[in-house]
Design a protein around this ligand. Structure first.
Ligand code: FE2
Ligand code: FE2
Length: 339
């Protein structure tokens, strides 16, 4: 939300009950309840990457140098896993953003950010180690790429605690849907990878649930929160968007791993509209109602784009293999692995 909008929002508040720029302290007990539930659920699905990886497939890169022909999964799937990893490694910047957002506010939210970070911390590691052990990406090229993406220093796009929660809800659900869809592709290529993807997706489900419920609690006590929420929903883009070849990667994933704009609409946007019951929301600020109307128009447009993307899916598939080989730097070799 821009500075002007934040100012407008805050000046509309009656009796100084709430300021967008601060955590809404009326929800402290709700946050406590959500954090406690999260910790209980997270304990039940805790995992460690030493138990999930196929260590027996690891070999020394000095005595047995990498060659693209050693790969065991299709280039399309390798691009999807790389892209997941290059998104997850933005964690230091994500944690910095959330830490700054909640600084000086409720301890329970700071506690959640620490817990969340410790869970996210495993995600990049497991994908990275999987790709190395199974030789499904060029380690030298990927090492450079990883450093480049981290040094790009992704900066969060939200300006207030509520917007941070709204943004993270979308990001977590999008990531969860992406992993579940890619895991279906991995089922036919490497069940170990499919299991890793589903395991990480479970973490994302719990993260998404926490933030989704936090946003819902805001809307329940104050429907005018739709104003900043609409802004976040209309301007959302993934933290990974700064990685090289992001657009090409998106297309490869849409065609090769069944996660594109159509799935984003169906598995993320529509789900959130229903969970937050946006169709039955009645904001009282005229500007908040205008924001809701704008959001509804945006969603209708997105539905049309999603339907078009669904129809064009098959056209994309033909060029996907070549594009994936190009991203992986394998364009000069003949690829024999059948999809
Ligand atoms: Fe993650
Ligand atoms: Fe997550």
């Amino acid at each position: 939300m821009s500075g002007t909008l934040t100012l407008l929002f805050n000046t509309q508040i009656r009796g100084g009950r709430m300021k967008l720029t601060e955590v809404d302290r009326r929800l402290e007990n709700k946050f406590r309840e959500l954090v406690a539930t999260h910790k209980e659920r997270a304990k039940k699905i805790d995992w460690s990457y030493h138990a999930l990886l196929p260590w027996e497939r690891g070999r020394n890169f000095h005595t047995d140098p990498f060659h693209p022909s050693q790969a065991t999964i299709t280039p399309e799937l390798a691009v999807a896993v790389e892209t997941a990893l290059l998104t997850e490694i933005n964690l230091p910047w994500f944690t910095t953003g959330l830490t700054n957002t909640f600084a000086g506010s409720l301890e329970v939210l700071q506690d959640f950010v620490r817990t969340w970070t410790s869970e996210e911390d495993q995600h990049a590691n497991i994908f990275d180690t999987y790709l190395l052990i199974t030789r499904n990406t060029d380690p030298d090229r990927f090492h450079k790429l990883r450093k480049l993406v981290v040094s790009n220093a992704w900066a969060p796009e939200w300006g207030s605690p509520f917007e941070g929660m709204a943004y993270t809800t979308i990001q977590e659900l999008a990531t969860q849907a992406f992993y579940v869809n890619v895991s279906k592709k991995a089922d036919g290529e490497d069940p170990i990878l499919a299991n890793i993807l589903r395991t990480v997706a479970k973490d994302e489900t719990l993260h998404y649930t926490f933030y989704r419920e936090a946003v819902k609690a805001h809307l329940e006590i104050e429907p005018n929160y739709i104003w900043p929420l609409a802004e976040v929903m209309m301007n959302f883009s993934m933290p990974g968007r700064l990685m090289p070849d992001f657009e090409e990667r998106q297309q490869i994933i849409a065609a090769g791993s069944n996660y594109g704009i159509a799935e984003y609409y169906r598995q993320v946007v529509e789900v959130l509209i229903n969970k937050w019951d946006l169709k039955n929301l009645h904001p009282t600020f005229p500007a908040a109602q205008a924001a809701l109307d704008k959001l509804n128009a945006h969603i209708e447009r997105l539905a049309r784009i999603a339907a078009l993307a669904e129809r064009r899916k098959n056209q994309l598939v033909e060029t996907t293999r070549e594009a994936a080989l190009n991203i992986l730097g394998y364009d000069d070799i003949k690829w024999n692995l059948s999809p």
